[in-house]
Design a protein around this ligand. Structure first.
Ligand code: RM4
Ligand code: MN
Ligand code: MN
Length: 430
C-alpha cells in the first residue's frame, strides 16, 4: 500500500480554489492550439507520460565549496531523503524515481530500502558511484585519481566500488550505472594525457564487464572541477570515444553544467544521438561553470532547444533512443523540495513546448533555406505558455495545480524540523 507524506485532502482543497481558472486557461489554450492543427489532449497525454528522476543528494542543502547554510528539517539520511522525494513526486507527479549515490546512501538492507521507496510511490533510477572522495577507513586515496590512478591498487579499489554499486542497483531495481570521476590534473605536465586515458579505459572496461545484460554504463564528462587544468573525461568527444571503445552498453550522459560557457549543448545532444550514444541527462542550469542551479533558471531557452533535439531524435530513433532524464542540482539558498518542484516544472514545460513545434514547417523551412521561418517555427512554440497543460496532467494524476502553494500550505518542512536532527555545518555537498 502506498503511503504518501502529504494529506490528499489538503492538495484537493488547494486545487479546488484554482480549478475553474485552470479549466478556462486550458480551454483557451486548446482553442489556440487547434487553430494550428494541434490537439491539446494529445499533448496532455505525452506530458502525462513524461518523467524525470530526482537525485537523492539534491534533497539536502548542498552548499558551496565555501559554506553550507542548513535549514531546519533537512534530511540527514536516505530514509529522510526518500520522504522528501516522495513529497516532490506527490505534488508534481513527474518525478517517480530517485537516483541514489553511493556510499552516501548506503544501508544494510537494500531490499527493505526498495520496499520503503515503493511504499512512498517511488522507484529507482541510475545508481551513481563516488570515487571522487575518500571515505573513512578506505585503503587507498583518490587524491591522484581513481579509475585512471597510476597506482594499480587504487584503480582496483575504484573498479570494485563501481561493481558494488551495480550489485546494489540490482537489488534496488536500477538498470543504469552513472560513472563520473573527478580524475584529472591541476598542473601542466602533472600526468601524461594518453597514459591516464589508457588506465581509465582499462579500469572502466572491468566495470563494463560486470554489467548485467540489460544494464547501461553512463559516462558523465566534465570539463573541470575538482581538477582545474585537465580532466580525463573532459568533454563529449572523450566521452563518446570511451563509450565506443567500451561497447554498446556504454553511453554518454550530458550534465548541462559540465561544459565551457556558451557551448552549443543542443548540438552535442544531436551528435551523441546520431551515433547511438545518448544515454541520459543531468538537468541543472549554469551561469559560469558547474553551478548546479535550478533547471531553466538562467537559460530556459537552452533547455527548450535541448528538448527540441530530443523530440526530433525520438522521431528518428537510432539504436533504441531511450535517454534517462535526471536532475542534478545543489541548492544553496532555497528549500531543496521547492527547487526541485520548480525545476521539474521547467523541464516538463520545455518538453511540452518542444512537442508544440510544427515539425513539418520547420523541416520545410530548413529544406528551402528559409532561415527566418525555421527560426520562427521554434520561436512560436517557445512563446506558448504551457502551464495549463502541465497543471492538468498533475491534477489528473493526483498532484497539485500550484505545487509551491500546496507545499507551503502543508507546513511539511516545519513538521520535519520538529522530528529530524539538525544537519552539521561545514562545506560541500555531503
Ligand atoms: C559532479 C557530477 C556528478 C555528481 C557529483 C555530486 O559534478 O555532476 O554527477 O555525482 O557532482
Ligand atoms: Mn552530474
Ligand atoms: Mn556536476
Amino acid at each position: 500500500m502506498t503511503q504518501l507524506p502529504l494529506s490528499a485532502d489538503l492538495i484537493a482543497e488547494a486545487n479546488a480554489r484554482h480549478a475553474d481558472a485552470l479549466d478556462e486557461d486550458y480551454d483557451a489554450l486548446g482553442r489556440k492550439l487547434a487553430r494550428t492543427g494541434i490537439d491539446i489532449e494529445a499533448v496532455l497525454g505525452r506530458v502525462a507520460g513524461f518523467s524525470v528522476a530526482v537525485p537523492s543528494w539534491g534533497a539536502g542543502r548542498g552548499g558551496t565549496r565555501f559554506a553550507k547554510f542548513p535549514i531546519p528539517g533537512e534530511p540527514t539520511n536516505i530514509h529522510e531523503k526518500l520522504e522528501d522525494c516522495a513529497v516532490i513526486n506527490q505534488l508534481s507527479r513527474v518525478t517517480p524515481r530517485v537516483s541514489p549515490h553511493f556510499p552516501w546512501d548506503k544501508v544494510s538492507d537494500f531490499a527493505a530500502l526498495r520496499e520503503e521507496a515503493a511504499t512512498l510511490g517511488l522507484g529507482w533510477d541510475a545508481v551513481n558511484s563516488n570515487t571522487f572522495q575518500d571515505q573513512r577507513g578506505q585503503a587507498h586515496t583518490y587524491a591522484n585519481g581513481s579509475l585512471s590512478a597510476q597506482d594499480a591498487a587504487t584503480r582496483q579499489q575504484a573498479v570494485e566500488h563501481n561493481i558494488e554499486c551495480i550489485e546494489i542497483g540490482r537489488q534496488l531495481g536500477s538498470t543504469d550505472l552513472t560513472v563520473w570521476v573527478g580524475d584529472g590534473t591541476n598542473f601542466p605536465g602533472q600526468q601524461d594525457f594518453a597514459r591516464s586515458l589508457d588506465r581509465y579505459l582499462d579500469a572502466a572496461s572491468q566495470v563494463y564487464a560486470a554489467l548485467p545484460d540489460d544494464w547501461r554504463m553512463l559516462l558523465e564528462h566534465k570539463m573541470f572541477e575538482p581538477a582545474f587544468y585537465s580532466t580525463v573525461i573532459s568533454d563529449w568527444g572523450s566521452s563518446i570515444l570511451a563509450a565506443q571503445e567500451l561497447g554498446p552498453k556504454a553511453k554518454c550522459l550530458v550534465d548541462l553544467g559540465h561544459h565551457a560557457p556558451n557551448v552549443n549543448i543542443e548540438q552535442i545532444v544531436a551528435r551523441l544521438h546520431r551515433f547511438g550514444k545518448l544515454g541520459g541527462f543531468h538537468f541543472n542550469d549554469s551561469k559560469y561553470g558547474d553551478d548546479d542551479l535550478d533547471s531553466g533558471s538562467i537559460n530556459p531557452h537552452q533547455l527548450f532547444l535541448v528538448f527540441n533535439e530530443l523530440v526530433e531524435a525520438e522521431l528518428n530513433p537510432r539504436d533504441g533512443f531511450n535517454p534517462s532524464y535526471m536532475i542534478d542540482q545543489s541548492h544553496n539558498v532555497t528549500d531543496p523540495i521547492e527547487s526541485m518542484l520548480s525545476s521539474a516544472e521547467a523541464i516538463t514545460g520545455c518538453f511540452a513546448k518542444a512537442l508544440l513545434v510544427d515539425r513539418d514547417a520547420l523541416h520545410a523551412a530548413q529544406e528551402s533555406n528559409d532561415t527566418m521561418m525555421a527560426f520562427q517555427a521554434l520561436r512560436r512554440a517557445y512563446s506558448i505558455d504551457v502551464a495549463p497543460i502541465l497543471a492538468k496532467a498533475r491534477v489528473a494524476a493526483g498532484g497539485a495545480i500550484d505545487v509551491l502553494e500546496a507545499y507551503r500550505l502543508s507546513q511539511y518542512r516545519a513538521r520535519k524540523a520538529q522530528e529530524r536532527k539538525a544537519v552539521g555545518l561545514g562545506a560541500g555537498i555531503v
